[in-house]
Design a protein around this ligand. Structure first.
Ligand code: C5P
Length: 328
């Protein structure tokens, strides 16, 4: 079936996109040369603009490249339905808040603790899917979620050799701040993802039109953030200061991420999205071992990776969730 193909294709592209983004970001950190650093707030805005442009092209394609049809769809669905459009301000605002919370979390926790704790979002996503979408999970699926959490924790468990160079002394106070930030982000990630899924699956509108609505609010919040945090620097050296090829790659991959995540939520679901990102944690760690040679895997890593793979198969063992009446 075409939809099954799209489901696995979107999940596969998500694994590829997440892995490439992590590796490019890691690479860009080691490559940082002279000159001003690029502004993270500007990268968010640029990625949002790219995402909206790509979605407009996709809507154009859906209407056989008729600019007139595109115009009328955008006018009817976005401008003439302000309430429907405003509904997308909720996930968009939550995502903006979440991206800031994750910044607070990363500034107060070491990277490994951050990644392990943030994977808790798979459980919050499952809970929101059950309560908001009425999805029912079988025993094997709940079990696989627990195995997945255990596996990711082992994969990320810091070994002395790996973490020592970048481990910072963090005070107990800032550790608590970081943990609270990441826990709130887990709840917001689960809620915003499932809320977007509910809108997508309960209405007939194209996923790309929905993504344009989401992106417009994201752009608005992003511009506000850029002017509030970096207004002076933008006025002095421009919005694109410090951009280089690697920055452009990171921004493009981030924009691609927005598209792929929307496709995954449409053709698969938010829980499977969690599995895909877990697989990409393993993949990026393995690539950084074999290719970048900046990681030395421990037996904990291999055990964790095995658990993640077992969990992925176990989740699919009972087939699709028992009931999902809202699926398009
Ligand atoms: O960590 P989590 O999976 O919740 O992150 C989702 C990310 O994907 C957020 O940064 C959000 O801005 C982005 N997103 C997007 N377009 C969508 C859904 C999510 O850009 N349709």
């Amino acid at each position: 079936m075409a939809s099954t193909r799209l489901k696995y294709l979107s999940l596969g592209v998500l694994v590829f996109q997440t892995t490439s983004l992590v590796l490019t970001m890691r690479y860009s950190r080691t490559l940082q040369g002279e000159g001003p650093r690029y502004l993270a707030s500007s990268a968010v805005v640029t990625a949002e603009v790219l995402k909206i442009l790509a979605c407009v092209l996709l809507v154009l394609k859906e209407h056989n490249y008729s600019v007139r049809a595109l115009n009328s769809v955008l006018r009817q669905e976005i401008a003439h339905k302000p309430i429907e459009t405003l509904k997308l301000a909720i996930p968009s605002g939550i995502y903006t808040l979440q991206n800031n919370l994750l910044y607070v979390a990363l500034s107060n926790l070491d990277a490994a603790t951050y990644q392990v704790t943030y994977q808790l979002k798979i459980l919050t996503t499952a809970l929101f899917s059950v309560s908001m979408l009425g999805r029912r999970l079988g025993v094997y699926q709940w079990l696989s979620l627990l195995i997945l959490m255990g596996g990711v924790a082992l994969v990320q468990w810091p070994s002395d050799a790996v973490v020592t160079p970048e481990k910072q002394e963090v005070s107990a106070g800032s550790q608590v701040v970081g943990l609270v930030a990441v826990l709130v982000a887990c709840c917001s990630s689960g809620f915003a993802g499932v809320y977007f899924e509910k809108i997508l699956k309960e209405t007939k509108q194209s996923v790309w039109v929905r993504n344009i609505q989401l992106g417009l609010f994201g752009l608005l919040f992003g511009l506000f953030g850029m002017l509030a945090y970096d207004g002076t620097r933008v006025r002095e050296h421009g919005m694109f200061q410090g951009y280089n090829t690697v920055t452009c790659t990171v921004v493009s991959l981030q924009a691609l991420g927005g598209l792929v995540i929307a496709a995954v939520i449409k053709y698969a679901d938010n829980i499977l999205k969690g599995f895909a990102t877990s697989l990409s944690i393993i993949l990026s760690t393995l690539i950084s071992y074999f290719w970048l040679q900046d990681f030395d895997p421990t037996s904990m890593f291999f055990l964790g990776a095995m658990l993640v793979i077992v969990a992925t198969f176990l989740y699919g063992y009972e087939g699709k969730p028992l009931s999902n009446p809202s699926r398009a």
